[in-house]
Every structure is written in C-alpha cells, then in structure tokens.
Design a protein around this ligand. Sequence first.
Ligand code: ADP
Length: 158
Amino acid sequence: MNIIIFGPPGAGKGTQSKFIVNKYNLHQLSTGDLLREEIKNKTELGSKISSIINSGELVSDTIVTNLIEKFISNNDYKNKIIFDGYPRNLTQAKTLRELLSQYSQKIDLVLKLSVSLDTIKKRISERRSLENRVDDNEETAIKRYKTYERSTEPVIEY
Ligand code: ADP
C-alpha cells in the first residue's frame, strides 16, 4: 500500500506518518526530513537549499525528484511508502505519477489533515523549542502556510 499524506505545515503529517508506518509496516518518505539531513551534514546540496527552506519557499522540483526516485526505485520499499510532504505542487504530482508507473506502482490512499492557521501558529511555536527547526518561527510558518494554500492545495483536486 502506498499512501500520500497532505496537510499544512504543523498539521502533524510527520507524527501521524510514524503511527501508520509502525502499524502497517511502511516506510516514511519525508522530503522535509531528507532535506534537513543534507543541511545538517553540510553537503553541497545542503548549502544550496538552506536559505530557501528558511524562507518558507519550496526547493526546486529537480532536487526533490532525485530524492524520491531513490525511494521509489528501491525494491525494498516497493508498495510500502508513505509520502510525507511530497507532492507539493502540480509538477511534482505529475512527476510522481510517471515515476510510479515506471516502477509499476500506484497510490492506494490519500489522507488530508486540516488544521486552522491559529492552531498551526501555536503548534509551530511549541515545536520550535522541541525540535529547534530554523523555519519554525511565526513569520516563516505563515509563509509556509501560504505556500501550501497556493501550491499544494491544487494538487488535491488533481
Ligand atoms: P512542513 O510541512 O512543516 O512545512 P516539511 O518538513 O514537510 O515541513 O518541509 C519543510 C520545508 O522543506 C518546506 O517548507 C520546503 O522548503 C522544503 N520541502 C519539503 N518537501 C518539499 C517538496 N516536496 N518540494 C519542495 N520543497 C520541499
């Protein structure tokens, strides 16, 4: 079973994904986690993307496509992926469709978490002290929420 989990920043995609992963023996593919890992490890890619992530914008489609193709092409993960934070715009959704078909897979379920902006602001300020994410300040959180509304919401219809 392959699942996509949608939701604005701070909706709890990562938290719920972990519950689902444990219960159904799936693998979580969080593009945000993978990107943060690159920044933490000070890789060349990490240095390119850190200012974009800190500003609340999306990193380029090519970069995330490379990350997800590694997962989709890995036979150990075949039909066992929960996509957390991907696709985030229409181009990514179309790429995902092509990649899945190339590796003879499909999406079985799409989950959408809905949370108001007020709740998100509260959660993100709490998370900042727990996880120390540089993009978890109020200004960037609002920016990320707007990016979600503008670029990601239309993917749900698609
Ligand atoms: P959140 O849902 O709280 O915004 P994520 O960890 O999913 O957190 O994403 C953090 C940041 O990483 C995003 O604001 C964006 O800059 C980048 N990012 C994550 N996934 C993608 C993606 N699929 N496409 C482009 N950028 C992404």
